[in-house]
Design a protein around this ligand. Structure first.
Ligand code: AR6
Length: 358
């Protein structure tokens, strides 16, 4: 996944480089700086002594020593003085210089803490917005996996109005789904018969444990399986012919829509937060079976409306479900015509859901 947000300790990540939110002496300190020096061992400080410090907004590279990463990129973010002292420009510059340094060292993966958002006092929501925006701009031109590490979820702040609005939306949709499931349960289908072969009985049982929307897909899968059986049993040529002429696959539908929308491949996979290698795999394998997160990511990149998203998901054997928080959150954004995958992923992270993309 080109960009992801995770909760954790940056010193434990196995990536090519981690970024240190240092001070201009580069001789260590508290916060993430202290944690990195402790985990890297004393040789890190020895190398830092040879660097003659670092200006605010710039970056210098050392080896990772005892850390699981190859390099540490030391950058210095601005101290927050109220916002009128070039803080934003300096913070952007710290991210940009760090990313450029990673590129120079041919890193394929790099992880950042939320620079300046601790001891230096930069408001966390604004620090997050600057981080995401600078990384996004860089990824338009470059191929790299960039991880933003949030030390403690408690310090992660999605815009509070947006958080409340999404919470209400999720609650309303889940309540609707409960009602639908209740009505459906009154007219439960009959139990599987004894003559049913074991795999079909298992499918039947699994189907009945599924939420409503997924059951519809399972019902279709069972119907298709039955049709196959019948075609084989009765050697029904007409049916066999229909089965040979199945609908277009997910991969075919994706490539067709990219063409119809006049998009470049790279434009599409970048908007989907999908890396180039995965896209090439999908392109070359007509029967590629994507994860639901991947399908939703492409639906967002292609700016499909809800009906089109449902149709697209069906090509890969999935459905949107109101029992599933990820689905409802994605639906919330599609409903509002907001197709910014970074914003959607920030919201999914805030609600502890898997992010969209690879
Ligand atoms: N992994 C990931 N993030 C972390 C970790 C960790 N192990 N530890 C802290 N954070 P800060 P700054 C988060 O204060 O604001 C140092 O003394 C933390 O929760 O480390 O840029 C330097 O020497 C916060 O969100 O850096 C400088 O003097 C973010 O990392 C000064 O602090 C940054 O917090 C730099 O201040």
């Amino acid at each position: 996944m080109p960009f992801r947000i995770i909760e954790g300790d940056i010193t434990r990540l196995t990536v090519d480089a981690i970024v240190n939110a240092a001070n201009s002496s580069l001789l260590g300190g508290g916060g993430v700086d202290g944690a990195i020096h402790r985990a890297a061992g004393p040789r890190l400080l020895e190398e830092c002594r040879t660097l003659n410090g670092c200006r605010t907004g710039e970056a210098k590279v050392t080896r990772g020593y005892d850390l699981p990463c190859k390099y540490v990129i030391h950058t210095v973010g601005p101290i927050w003085h109220g916002g009128g002292h070039q803080e934003e420009a300096l913070l952007r510059s710290a991210y940009r210089h760090s990313l450029e340094a990673a590129k120079e060292k041919c890193c394929e993966s790099v992880a950042f803490p939320l620079i300046s958002a601790g001891v230096y006092g930069y408001p966390k929501d604004q620090a997050l917005a600057v981080a995401v925006d600078t990384i996004r701009t860089f990824l338009v031109e470059h191929e790299m996996d960039v991880t933003l590490v949030i030390f403690s979820k408690d310090s992660f702040r999605l815009d509070s109005g947006l958080y409340a609005e999404i919470s209400n939306y999720v609650e309303a949709r889940v309540a609707e789904d409960l009602e639908i499931n209740f009505c459906a349960s009154i007219s439960q289908e009959s139990a599987p018969s004894e003559e049913m072969p074991a795999p079909k009985r298992r499918l039947f049982a699994r189907k009945n444990r599924m939420p409503q929307a997924n059951r519809e897909v399972a019902t279709m899968a069972m119907a298709a399986e039955e049709m196959c059986d019948r075609a084989i049993d009765s050697k029904d040529d007409d049916l066999a012919l229909r089965l040979r002429n199945l609908d277009e696959s997910f991969s075919q539908a994706l490539l067709r829509m990219i063409d119809e929308k006049g998009m470049k491949d790279s434009e599409c996979y970048k908007h989907a937060n999908i890396d180039r290698k995965l896209f090439s795999k999908i392109r070359s394998d007509v029967n590629y079976r994507p994860s639901k997160q991947t399908v939703l990511a492409f639906a967002v990149a292609l700016e499909l409306n809800l009906a089109e998203t449902e149709e697209f998901l069906r090509k890969a054997g999935y459905a949107l479900s109101h029992s599933n928080k990820t689905d409802v959150i994605v639906e919330y954004f599609i409903d509002r015509g907001n197709y910014d995958i970074y914003t959607i992923n920030e919201a999914l992270f805030a609600f502890d859901q898997k992010l969209l993309g690879t």
